[in-house]
Design a protein around this ligand. Structure first.
Ligand code: XMP
Length: 537
């Protein structure tokens, strides 16, 4: 973990918000019992694509709790273990007698088959990657699937002797149990992963499971979620005041817009201008939250304070620490000056909650250390409101649009908490930051003009701490260099450099060298992550 994302304001301790029963408020619920598979979160996302609410829960959730939650279906996820290992994670076998449809995926299938009469053994051949799969018998699970399609296999174990209790629905050249169904119970198993995009008809299979087999109608809508959250916030807040920290990013903006809809003038927003923001950022926040949404907006100009504290510092980690500390000090002082404020609203998202293991019925997964974990300290003394803690990023974007935020904001590339502080390599001075800000604005403008902004997940300029020789007119120059970075990525954990069309690179380069004083060279970063990172510091 390289640092704390101050502007995400993500806070992962168990909060009062945890105590509400999020499940109880959704009439159609699918539970994913999580066995630690890398794609378990993806299953939940795919199910939600069907407008059906879906949550990840611990694999050993008690039978009583499952009954109480009344799910329409259960999905047993994949996982790294083998079911025949002595310490392998198990489920309460009585879940197969509840009459609730169950879909086991990979490890989940092995568990279902083993519990219901099959035998699982280490296969002589491991199967990984794309595999051709054939529909062997008709079933509602296979509705609208072609006879032959590609699936994504990733397993070493095989089910044997399953035929006594299970029917084969799909097979491959080497696996006669690619998809199975129990002869008398609503229990299904898939040896492959329907949740990954490499499985051509995976979305269709999951839709068939939740709609045709579990009987869900797809009633979960962002608009009804907004109504429900608005009502919950109003009931909880009463006449008190809520503080919301704005970063200019998507999550905190959606939280603020939602709170504004719920409690209007009882909302106070704090935006700290740390001097490390991009061009026009501060004006955009004012425009959005003072002019459009008429919130009580506190813009704190702390540029000098940050720059003074950062003077002479070049080490990236030290920069992050200082930026983090000063942010908390500035934020705290302002928050304390707002009378009657009892609540602090934050943009914690569902993946943060899952990864922290902080949700009540949540998976017992280990905590993943990533940048987007951290936030304001507990001692600030406010009660937390985290209205996005059940949502994935794409759902937050949809909610933002529904609440009236612009496409431009909702699709904004992520911007790290320490901002330009970690993109201005070497010492942070006002003139160097101004150079970087201008260059970055040119990169953004040209990507938008070329219609490439949405195809790239993150792009920016970096000011390098090197001088190189150039010629301009009749004179020799000795000036700084800008690196342009643009990456394609699904999850920001791995990334490819974006194959930028040459004419776009040419325009960016010409404009930066002509328009930004003190820069005589532009380079394009062609490194993937790993082994490089997305940011340079
Ligand atoms: P790296 O550079 O590690 O970045 O490949 C992955 C993602 O995390 C963002 N990032 C940060 N975000 N505070 C943040 O809030 C940080 O200190 C920080 N460092 C990197 C980066 O922009 C990318 O989206």
């Amino acid at each position: 973990m390289r640092g704390v994302p101050l502007h995400n304001l993500v806070f992962l301790m168990t909060s009062p918000a945890d105590s509400r029963d999020v499940f109880a408020t959704h009439e159609e619920l699918i539970l994913v019992l999580d066995f630690g598979g890398q794609t378990a979160q993806l299953i939940a996302r795919r199910i939600r694509d069907q407008s059906v609410f879906c949550q990840l829960v611990r694999h050993d959730l008690s039978l009583e709790r499952i009954r109480e939650l009344k799910p329409k279906g259960l999905i047993l996820s994949g996982g790294p273990a083998s079911v025949y290992d002595a310490k392998s994670p198990q489920v309460d076998p009585r879940i197969f007698d509840l009459g609730i449809p169950v879909l086991g995926i990979c490890y989940g299938m092995h568990l279902a088959c083993q519990t219901l009469g099959g035998r699982v053994t280490p296969g002589s051949k491991r199967e990984f990657g794309r595999t051709e799969c054939r529909v062997a018998a008709p079933d509602p699970l296979m509705k609208d699937l072609p006879t032959q399609s590609t699936v994504w296999m990733s397993h070493g174990d095989h089910v044997e002797n399953a035929l006594g209790s299970f029917l084969t629905l799909m097979d491959t050249a080497t696996c006669s149990f690619a998809a199975v169904k129990h002869r008398s119970k609503p229990v299904y198993g898939l040896q492959f992963h329907p949740e990954v995009t490499h499985t051509e008809y995976g979305g269709q299979l999951l839709a068939n499971f939740v709609k045709d087999i579990c009987g869900c109608h797809g009633t979960w809508k962002i608009s009804s979620l907004i109504e429900r959250e608005v009502a919950t916030i109003r009931a909880r807040v009463g006449k008190k005041r809520v503080i919301c920290g704005l970063s200019g990013g998507v999550d905190s903006s959606v939280v603020a817009a939602l709170l504004y809809r719920a409690i209007g003038s009882q909302l106070s927003c704090i935006f700290v201008d740390n001097g490390l923001l991009r061009k026009g950022e501060s004006d955009k926040v004012r425009d959005r939250f003072q002019n459009h949404f008429k919130t009580d907006l506190h813009v704190i100009d702390a540029k000098d304070r940050f720059l003074n504290e950062l003077a002479g510092i070049t080490d990236p980690q030290q920069k992050r620490k200082i930026i983090g500390r000063v942010f908390i000090e500035v934020f705290r002082k302002e928050a304390e000056s707002i009378p009657d404020a009892e609540f602090l609203a934050q943009g914690t998202l569902y993946p943060d909650v899952i990864e922290s293991g902080a949700n009540i019925d949540g998976p017992a997964a280990t905590i993943k250390a990533h940048h987007n974990v951290g936030g304001l300290p507990e001692q600030l003394g406010f009660e937390l409101i985290e209205p996005l803690r059940d949502l994935f990023k794409d759902e937050v974007r949809r909610m933002g649009l529904e609440l009236g935020l612009t496409e431009e904001l909702v699709w904004r590339h992520p911007f790290p908490g320490p901002g330009l502080g970690v993109r201005c390599l070497g010492e942070l001075t006002a003139p160097r930051l101004a150079k970087l800000r201008e260059a970055d604005a040119i990169v953004m403008e040209e990507l938008r003009l070329a219609g490439l902004y949405r195809q790239i997940q993150q792009a920016f300029a970096v000011l390098l701490p090197v001088h190189s020789v150039g010629v301009m007119g009749d004179g020799r120059t000795y000036e700084e260099a800008i690196a342009v970075r643009a990456v394609s990525t699904d999850d920001f954990m791995t990334a490819d450099w974006f194959p930028m069309p040459h004419e776009v690179l040419q325009k960016i380069s010409t404009r930066i060298i002509n328009e930004v004083r003190g820069v005589n060279r532009v380079v394009y970063d062609i490194s993937s992550k790993p082994p490089s990172t997305i940011e340079w510091e």
